[in-house]
Design a binder for this molecule. Structure first.
Ligand code: CU
Length: 709
C-alpha cells in the first residue's frame, strides 16, 4: 500500500516525460506559447511547443497509455489533434466537434491508450495555428523494436507573412505569390513562348492561371531548419527515415542521391517494401522509407516543393557531398494547355477524361522538363500493398459520392459544391461499412484526411489494399476508399491543405447511436463555431494617389457577399463614388445581383474659371441616385454590369481588370453607355505598392502610386 502511494506521488509530481510501470503511462507536458523566429532574415511571430518548432517528438511504445498535458500559455484558444491515431472521439482534438477549445491560459489533459505503432504527428486544429508552428512528430515504437537506426524527418513550410494574411491574399486573388514564383502565365510570356492560343483559350474558359501550389513560402524546413545532417553514417549503413509532411499547403518531391528509396510504411501502417527513384509526399502524409549509403560520402536526401521553388536537405554520411538531382522549373504553359483540354466551358471537368486513379498517371507530368530523357520510376498508390489482409467485416454498405469542387477565381473549395457549414453530419450506424467514391473536378490535388480511422485504398491489390488516413487525389482522378466505422462520435473528413479546409472543404461522419459529447453539448451553436472559418469576411483596399486625383477602392467580401465602394476625388473638388452591395449566385459565382448608390459632383473647367455646371439634381454631373443592377462575368473575364437607378436611368458597363501583360504589369479598362471610360496601367513593385497611370473621361490623364492592401 505504502509503495503504491509512493508511486502515485512520483506520478503526480514528476514534471518531465517519464516512463514507468513498465511502459504503461507516458506523460508529456506540452507548453504552447507565442514565440519569435527568424527563418529567412526577419523576426516573425510564431507558435512553439516547449519553446521549439517543431514541438518535441513524442515517443511511445505500442500498448502505452499516452498522457498529454497541454498548457496553453497564449492569450487565445488552441487545440491539438493527434493525427493518425486510433483513439476515443473525445480525445481527437477538434475544437467545437470533439472537445471544447483549450482556453487561453488553461490546461487540458488528453489521455488515451495507444493501440497501434508507427509514425504520426500532432498539430493545432484551431484557425491557422498549424501554419504558425504548432506541430510535432509522434512516434509509437513496436513492442519489439526494429534494429535498424531511424531518424524523424518532419518537413514544413514557413511564411514570413501572418497566416491570416496568406488566406486573405488567396481569397482576394492577389497574384503576388505568382509574381514571386514566376508563375503568373501572363500574356507577354505566352506570346514570347508561343502559347498565346493556350492563354486565350484559358481566359475564354474563365480559368485563372493554374499553379500546382497556392502560396509563396519564405523557407522550407526539415526539423525546423533548412538543412540537417547525420555525419556518423558510414558506407553500407541503412537508415529508416520517418518522413512526415507537416506543411500547411506544400507537397514535396523526395529524392535520395545514394540509393533507391525503399518505402516500408505509409501513414503509420506497414506496406510490403517497394523501391522507387522518387516520390511525392502530400500535405499531412507520412512515409517510412529505408535508404542505404553506398560509399563514405555525404548523400543528399532532398525535399523539393512541388512548384520547385525551394528545397530542404538532409545530408547522410560524411565526406564529399553528393547532391540529389535538381528538379528544373515547371513548364506552366504545358499544364495550362492540358487543363484547357480537360475543362469544359461551364467550368466542370470533362467526365470523359476521368479515367485515372491512384496517382498512376501524373497529370502534371507534361510540365516536368526532367523526363525528356525518359520517365523516372516514381511511387504511386497502386504500388502500396498491405502485408496482411485488410478486408472489412461483412455488413451493409453505405456508398457516398464525393465530387471535389472548387472555384479557383474566388478561392472557394467544397465537396459536391457544398461547404461544410452548409451540410449536416453524415450519419453512419455501427456495423455499416462506408465506401466513398471521390472524383476530383478541380485543377489542384487534395490530400483528403479521415480522423480516427484507417481506410482501404482500392488500388488493385485486392484483399491486401493498403490502409491510409490521407488520400492524395490528383485533378481528374476517381479514387475509391472504404472503411468500417468502429468508433463512436463525430469524425472529421477534410482536405488537409489548411487554406482549403478553412474554406469549408470537409464533411463530418457521425455515429448517431453514440453518447453525446458532454463538452461539446455545453457549447452554444457548436456546429456553427466549428464551421465558422469558411464564412470569414476579408477586407481589401486600393488607393491610387495620382496627379489627376485620388482613386480609392474598398472591398469587403465573404463567401456569398461583396461590398464594394469606389471613388474618385480631384484637387478641383470633383467627386464621384459608386457603392455596391452584391450577392453572388451560381456554382462558379459568375452572377452577382446588387443594390448600391452613385453620388457625384463634377466640376467643369471653363476657359475663365472653375464653375459648377448646370447644378440641377438630374444633371449627369451632379447626381445622387440609388442603383439596382446585375453583373455577369463573361469569357475573357469581361465583367458586364447592367443597372437601373431610381430615376429610371439605365446604364450598361463592361470592364476588364487585372489583365497581366507581363509578370508585373496589369491593365484595367472600363467603358459604359453614359460614354464614361477609364484605362489604367499598374506596375507592381512590391505586394503593397504599384506605380500607376490612367486616363479617365472625367479626370483626364495622370500618374502616381497605388497602395494595395
Ligand atoms: Cu484541398
Amino acid at each position: 500500500m505504502r509503495i503504491a502511494l509512493l508511486f502515485f506521488a512520483l506520478f503526480a509530481f514528476f514534471p518531465f516525460p517519464y516512463k514507468c510501470f513498465s511502459q504503461k503511462l507516458v506523460r508529456y507536458d506540452l507548453y504552447v506559447n507565442d514565440t519569435t523566429v527568424n527563418y529567412s532574415g526577419r523576426n516573425v511571430k510564431a507558435i512553439a511547443v516547449n519553446g521549439q518548432i517543431p514541438g518535441p517528438t513524442l515517443t511511445f511504445t505500442e500498448g502505452d497509455t499516452a498522457l498529454m498535458v497541454v498548457h496553453n500559455l497564449m492569450k487565445r484558444e488552441t487545440s491539438i489533434h493527434w493525427h493518425g491515431l486510433i483513439l476515443p472521439n473525445n480525445q481527437d482534438g477538434v475544437p467545437f466537434l470533439t472537445m471544447a477549445p483549450i482556453k487561453a491560459h488553461s490546461t487540458y489533459i488528453y489521455k488515451f491508450p495507444l493501440v497501434q505503432n508507427g509514425t504520426y504527428w500532432y498539430h493545432a486544429h484551431t484557425e491557422l495555428q498549424e501554419q504558425a508552428g504548432l506541430y510535432g512528430a509522434l512516434i509509437i515504437h513496436k513492442k519489439v523494436k526494429d534494429t535498424i537506426p531511424e531518424y524523424v524527418v518532419l518537413l514544413s513550410d514557413w511564411t514570413n507573412e501572418k497566416p491570416k494574411e496568406v488566406l486573405r491574399s488567396l481569397k482576394l486573388a492577389n497574384d503576388w505569390y505568382g509574381i514571386k514564383k514566376g508563375s503568373t502565365q501572363n500574356y507577354g510570356e505566352a506570346l514570347v513562348k508561343g502559347y498565346l492560343k493556350s492563354k486565350l483559350e484559358n481566359e475564354w474558359k474563365r480559368m485563372f492561371a493554374m499553379d500546382v501550389s497556392d502560396v509563396y513560402y519564405n523557407a522550407i524546413l526539415t526539423n525546423g531548419a533548412n538543412e540537417q545532417s547525420l555525419p556518423e553514417l558510414k558506407a553500407g549503413n541503412k537508415i529508416k527515415l520517418r518522413i512526415i509532411n507537416g506543411s500547411s499547403s506544400t507537397y514535396f518531391w523526395l529524392q535520395f542521391a545514394g540509393s533507391k528509396i525503399t518505402v516500408v510504411a505509409s501513414d503509420g501502417q506497414d506496406v510490403l517494401p517497394v523501391e522507387t527513384d522518387r516520390m511525392l509526399i502530400a500535405v499531412a502524409e507520412i512515409y517510412d522509407v529505408i535508404v542505404t549509403l553506398p560509399e563514405n560520402n555525404a548523400y543528399e536526401f532532398k525535399a523539393t516543393t512541388e512548384d520547385r521553388t525551394r528545397s530542404s536537405s538532409l545530408w547522410l554520411g560524411n565526406g564529399n557531398k553528393v547532391p540529389a538531382p535538381v528538379l528544373p522549373k515547371l513548364n506552366y504553359f504545358e499544364g495550362m494547355k492540358m487543363m484547357n483540354s480537360m475543362m469544359k466551358f461551364n467550368g466542370t471537368m470533362d467526365a470523359m477524361g476521368m479515367q485515372m486513379s491512384n496517382q498512376k498517371m501524373d497529370m502534371n507530368m507534361v510540365m516536368y522538363k526532367e523526363i525528356e530523357n525518359g520517365t523516372i520510376p516514381t511511387l504511386n498508390y497502386s504500388m502500396l500493398r498491405s502485408p496482411f489482409k485488410t478486408t472489412l467485416p461483412k455488413g451493409p454498405e453505405k456508398v457516398l459520392n464525393f465530387t471535389l469542387t472548387g472555384n479557383m477565381n474566388r478561392y472557394q473549395w467544397s465537396i459536391n459544391n457544398t461547404t461544410l457549414g452548409d451540410t449536416s453530419k453524415i450519419l453512419i450506424h455501427k456495423g455499416e461499412n462506408v465506401r466513398i467514391i471521390l472524383s476530383n473536378q478541380t485543377m489542384m490535388r487534395h490530400p483528403m484526411h479521415l480522423h480516427g480511422h484507417y481506410f482501404r485504398v482500392i488500388n488493385g491489390q485486392g484483399e491486401y489494399a493498403p490502409l491510409k488516413n490521407v488520400l492524395d487525389i490528383m485533378p481528374m482522378e476517381i479514387d475509391t476508399i472504404e472503411f468500417a466505422p468502429d468508433y463512436a462520435g463525430d469524425w472529421f473528413f477534410h482536405c488537409h491543405i489548411l487554406y482549403h479546409m478553412m474554406s469549408g472543404m470537409g464533411r463530418v461522419f457521425s455515429n448517431p447511436d453514440s453518447v453525446p459529447n458532454k463538452e461539446v453539448a455545453e457549447i452554444k451553436n457548436s456546429w456553427h463555431k466549428f464551421s465558422k472559418d469558411e464564412s470569414m469576411w476579408h477586407f481589401s483596399t486600393y488607393i491610387a494617389a495620382q496627379s489627376n486625383g485620388v482613386f480609392p477602392k474598398l472591398m469587403l467580401m465573404n463567401r456569398n457577399y461583396n461590398l464594394e465602394a469606389m471613388g474618385m476625388i480631384n484637387y478641383m473638388g470633383s467627386f464621384e463614388s459608386e457603392t455596391r452591395f452584391a450577392r453572388y449566385f451560381g456554382t462558379r459565382q459568375f452572377l452577382k445581383v446588387y443594390i448600391g448608390s452613385d453620388i457625384r459632383t463634377l466640376m467643369q473647367h471653363s476657359d475663365k474659371h472653375l464653375e459648377m455646371e448646370a447644378n440641377t439634381p438630374d444633371s449627369p454631373n451632379n447626381r445622387a441616385v440609388a442603383t439596382f443592377g446585375v453583373q455577369y462575368l463573361l469569357p475573357f473575364f469581361i465583367q458586364t454590369d447592367l443597372r437601373i437607378d431610381h430615376t429610371g436611368h439605365l446604364r450598361f458597363q463592361i470592364a476588364r481588370n487585372d489583365l497581366a501583360l507581363n509578370n508585373r504589369l496589369r491593365l484595367d479598362a472600363v467603358w459604359n453607355s453614359d460614354f464614361e471610360y477609364e484605362i489604367a496601367l499598374r506596375y507592381i513593385v512590391i505586394k503593397r505598392l504599384s506605380l500607376s497611370a490612367n486616363y479617365d473621361s472625367h479626370f483626364g490623364a495622370g500618374g502616381g502610386i497605388t497602395f494595395t492592401y
